[in-house]
Design a binder for this molecule. Structure first.
Ligand code: PHE
Length: 353
């Protein structure tokens, strides 16, 4: 076989090999086998030197053609294989945009906390400060200093959760009564007045506990927001104006406020406060039991006897206090028929707010 035939045969063989590899490493192997230092084409070209001088140009030309043809074929195949590799990756890493998304439920504040926040905001805007007291409270703060006589029915173990029994050995604390779960936020009034002389403008939100069975209008644990103002010249008119402002801010400008005479041991006079029904506008409907009004809070002028317990001069100062139920407010505002929905943890209910 002449050297030119040999070159042409190598070309055919190499082009075949280039065409049949299926990945880039195999293609590189083919390049080395033909064009590498020890490659077959390189070996043939080395033999050129021993050819007679007149044959060299023709053979040199063919061998250049073959080398160029192989280099072009290698380059083309390389591009092809790289493209195919990319296409494979696109398929492997493809995102199916038609798949349904994953549902993520962002957390948010419970409706009761939202309601407390809303109420707190109204009073912070009036310059009130936030006060706190313990949920496990002494009988003294929950009842005695709030002017409850020893035989007051609210003190009964059927109404109040007691944490310690006075008749047992563990209750041997001089001068203090039982420890109980506070039945209202009013003991915070006493704690504030004990520490601080007027002027006092405080709001005390917190959990309270009563020995009730949960039903549509009762929960054994609920949330109150206590307000207390003590200053010179505070009148019942200030109480009424403050409550009217509160009701309009929380329920909207169209709601009316009604004060009904009531009794609390620690306020005198006392009033329960009703808001005109949002469903019927006051004419009477099912949600207000035909009354046209819904009760939202208890209030009154601080009883001078309470001032006596905390060392505030009742000749110089007067004050008012009120206690709002957050669950009540939320129920009235959003038309919720059963307070148990607030504590059942049913997402279908909670997600709506
Ligand atoms: N503590 C009373 C209750 O829980 C409400 C109240 C607070 C009344 C302050 C008067 C003044 O029913």
């Amino acid at each position: 076989m002449s050297i030119v035939d040999e070159l042409r045969a190598l070309e055919v063989e190499a082009l075949g090999a280039i065409g049949s590899v299926s990945d880039l490493p195999a293609l590189e192997d083919v390049r080395i086998a033909f064009l590498g230092k020890k490659g077959s084409l390189t070996a043939v070209l080395r033999g050129l030197g021993s050819l007679p001088a007149d044959e060299r140009p023709a053979v040199g030309k063919v061998s250049n053609e073959v080398r160029e043809a192989l280099e072009r074929a290698l380059e083309a195949r390389k591009e092809e294989l790289a493209g195919a590799a990319m296409a494979d990756r696109f398929i492997a890493e493809a995102v199916d945009v038609t798949l349904p998304g994953r549902l993520r439920l962002p957390g948010k504040r419970h409706l009761i906390n939202q309601t407390v926040d809303d109420i707190v905001k109204v009073f912070l805007g009036l310059g009130y400060k936030i006060a706190e007291g313990p949920e496990a409270e002494l009988d003294y703060y929950n009842f005695t200093a709030l002017n409850h006589p020893p035989e007051h029915p609210a003190r009964a173990a059927t109404d109040t959760f007691y944490l310690r029994d006075l008749s047992g050995d563990t209750a041997a604390i001089e001068g203090e009564s039982d420890v109980l779960l506070r039945t209202h936020t009013s003991p915070v009034q006493v704690r504030v007045m004990e520490r601080q002389q007027p002027p006092i403008y405080v709001l005390a939100p917190g959990k309270v506990y009563r020995r009730d069975v949960a039903d549509p209008s009762h929960l054994p644990q609920f949330t109150q927001i206590e307000g207390l103002v003590v200053d010179e010249g505070i009148t019942f008119g200030d109480l009424k104006g403050t409550l009217e402002h509160f009701v309009r801010e929380i329920f909207g400008p169209d709601r009316k406020v009604r004060l009904r005479p009531h009794f609390f041991p620690f306020t005198e006079p006392s009033a329960e406060v009703d808001v005109s029904c949002g469903m019927c506008g006051g004419s009477g409907c099912r949600s207000c039991s035909g009354e046209g009004w819904l009760e939202v809070l208890g209030s009154g002028m601080v009883d001078p006897n309470v001032f006596g317990y905390v060392g505030i001069d009742p000749e110089r100062y007067t004050g008012f206090a009120f206690g709002v139920g957050a669950e009540r407010v939320a129920a009235l505002k959003y038309g919720i028929p059963d307070l148990r929905l607030f504590v059942d943890g049913d997402m279908r209910f909670l997600r709506q707010f």
